[in-house]
Design a protein around this ligand. Structure first.
Ligand SMILES: CC(C)(COP(=O)(O)OP(=O)(O)OC[C@H]1O[C@@H](n2cnc3c(N)ncnc32)[C@H](O)[C@@H]1OP(=O)(O)O)[C@@H](O)C(=O)NCCC(=O)NCCS
Length: 147
């Protein structure tokens, strides 16, 4: 996971220890895709402490050599199917304005699942101590229907 994140040249790369610790404590809300036994993609997520019915996706990445084959979408669908069994109904994530691939990925997942797809401001570039783009919040939520 650390290597895939590092190779992506897009993601913030956490320490290798952070990924090991993450998998130790958040395996239930994370997933890894393998090809011939080799990890080629991963999703890290957690249930929001203030709203455990929402799965917050922290990072999603697929090895450059394997992109465009539905691996990221498949991981998100598998993960969402898994956590739905314990009461999760919505998925949130943050995406930078220039990351069209990720926006398309989540919009496609929302559409496939019949979820509302909405963008909101969250973290502005000036809130980060280092050089970092905005991180917009994307919400994939069940449609509200009037009774
Ligand atoms: C974003 C990323 C995870 C997508 O992985 P992937 O396995 O290639 O994505 P998929 O093949 O599952 O595609 C899912 C959808 O996104 C669309 N998509 C994927 N990459 C795209 C791109 N570069 N441009 C436009 N659309 C793209 C696909 O067309 C597909 O849409 P569809 O279902 O309507 O056909 C991958 O490009 C990546 O690892 N990028 C670097 C890390 C990153 O930016 N992570 C997200 C940070 S928030």
């Amino acid at each position: 996971m650390w290597e895939i994140a590092s190779d992506s040249k897009v993601l913030d790369v956490n320490s290798s220890y952070a990924y090991v610790l993450w998998c130790h404590d958040f395996a239930a809300t994370s997933i890894v895709a393998t090809l011939d036994g080799r990890p080629v993609g991963f999703v890290t997520g957690y249930r929001r402490p203030t709203d455990p019915s929402t799965l917050m996706i922290w990072q999603v990445a697929v090895d450059d050599s394997c992109r465009g084959h539905g691996i990221a979408a498949t991981m998100l669908h598998h993960l969402f199917d898994r956590v739905r069994r314990s009461g999760v109904v919505a998925m949130h994530t943050t995406i930078s304005p220039d990351n069209v691939a990720s926006q398309r990925l989540f919009s496609s997942v929302a559409q496939r699942r019949g979820l509302r797809f909405e963008r909101r401001d969250l973290f502005a570039a000036e809130q980060f101590a280092d050089s970092h783009a905005d991180e917009d919040l994307y919400l994939l939520e069940p449609e509200l229907v009037e009774p």
